[in-house]
Design a protein around this ligand. Structure first.
Ligand SMILES: [Zn+2]
Length: 173
């Protein structure tokens, strides 16, 4: 009887899941997984940005993904940046729109390489003209280079490898 067989199977599966749940730490990532906050997808042990699958999801082995929170969104929730970019100087006051646009564009390009590299916060007037915080050290560094390239000025890079923090100061008078 097909119906009866199906029932037995389901009972078995349920028991196995229970065992697995007890022995495996909840940290181990199931694949595929999707971030419920930003839509980034975890598969083949790496994160990719939302909507870049170009039809992969039509694959015959496609399964509904686990809903989780990606590391970048988790960082955004706890508010612990890995990078700081401090912008100062008179030039910022008169060119802040162009400068902010450049930072946004550069962050978008960085996200193509690493979807977990993001700007977390824009803080205005907090001892600096603008402070931008980032989820990765590399993105802070990258924003500093982009500022130097586009607007000259002076940039200073300060890395703390112990704390995994990058602090970039950019200034133009
Ligand atoms: Zn996310």
């Amino acid at each position: 009887m097909p119906g009866k067989r199906k029932y037995t199977n389901a009972t078995f599966t349920k028991r196995v899941d229970h065992e697995a749940g007890r022995h495996r730490p909840s940290r181990s990532m199931k694949e595929p997984a999707v971030c419920g906050d930003c839509g980034a997808v975890y598969a083949n042990r790496r994160w990719t940005a939302a909507n870049t699958g170009s039809g992969d999801q039509q694959h015959k082995h496609w399964r509904p993904p686990e809903v989780t929170v990606c590391p970048a969104c988790a960082q955004q929730r706890t508010g612990e940046p890995r990078g700081f970019v401090y912008l100062d100087g008179a030039f910022f006051v008169t060119h802040h729109e162009e400068i902010e646009q450049l930072l946004r564009n550069e962050a978008e390009r960085a996200a193509e390489d690493n979807p977990l590299a993001r700007i977390m916060e824009w803080k205005r007037g907090d001892r600096h003209k603008l402070t931008v915080t980032t989820t990765t050290e590399h993105l802070a560094q990258r924003l500093g280079h982009a500022l130097e390239k586009a607007f000259s000025g002076r940039a200073h890079y300060d890395f703390s490898h112990e704390n995994k923090l990058a602090r970039v100061s950019w200034q133009r008078e």
